[in-house]
Design a protein around this ligand. Sequence first.
Ligand code: TRP
Length: 397
Amino acid sequence: MKYSFHTNKKMTTLSKPLRNCFYLYGNCYNFKCILQNNQPEPAEWRRTLSTRSDHDVMGRKRILSGMRPTGKLHLGHYTGALENWVERQNELDASGNRMYETYFLIADYHSLTTSLETDDIFSFTIDMVTDWLAAGIDPEKSPIFRQSQVKEHAELFLICSMLITASRLERNPTLKDQVRDLNMAAVSYGHLGYPVLQAADILLYKGNIVPVGEDQLPHVEITREIARRFNKQYQHPLNGDVFEEPEPKITRFSRLAGLDGKMKMSKSLGNTMLLCDSPEDVQNKLRKAVTDTEKIRKNDPGRPEVCTVFSYHQRFSTPDSVAEIERDCRSGALGCVDCKKRCSAAISRELSPILEKRAEYAASPGSVKDILLEGEHYARKAADQTMREVREAMQLG
Ligand code: TRP
């Protein structure tokens, strides 16, 4: 009875929302047939469709990024990711409003791709999140949450896994590098699906911008392909495309060389300086850092372009001292011992407020756990909204 007027009107004369309703009910429940029979609409069918959830009321773009829980962070994590996350979180537009919504995820399921050992995952998570907070991630602005605590990640992962071929995943260069670096004898089904899980992480929160290191670019590309494929296959009756293709954002200081002079600072290579290292730790570690191997005596002329310590100066010292250090190293006026002392001071100057804040959080690890629980509560709501849209588009449920 209620909807009998539909039958008297052509679809094209209905307003857009009504037309969309008609499509949905028509598709899902054979609405036309019900209308013809003039049956009253069962109460449980009176559902409202989800509206788009890409942007908040301010129309802000959403930034989503994440890290695997590897414990205490090193300076490479800081310059390559964390510092940038904090800047984006605090960036304001001309009217003083935040430019972006920011979501930061702890990819604990991703950790299982390279190790099934889970004893340390929780403590590594707390250590890592403590560093995030110390470096300036503000839980009032950015939800911080564990992938494993929001079940929708697994659900969307499953759907995404149908939208990409196995051969496409086998071509993923990041996977090939990982297999080679870790000497892996075989790749699990889940490891092959690493980028698919990452795609689910991004799409679940409709992340528009994904700040990542270079090695993660292929994963964002796969995410874009999955989003495209989904939109091509399924359209939401009200909103059309469910997903936007996210943009990767490479950070400027993507790589920080290791203390041993290797290309990359990395826990597995044992060549790191930690974000929580005290000024003494920083000094001791730098003392052993590799410099220009041809500068043997203090007054030998050096080559800053091949020196790891100089690369740290470029990041942590002021432009004036970088210029001075470069000049004096080349001329032989500056020896490595003094140069390293100056570098330690520059690094510790930057780390000092982080250390202080870290100590506060470390004194009450319960507060870090509470921050996670709150972030997860918030994230679940956003994830639930997206999954509703996904199911509506797929006509599931
Ligand atoms: N794969 C990322 C890394 O190892 C971590 C990650 C998981 C991530 N999910 C993500 C990064 C979503 C950005 C967006 O660094």
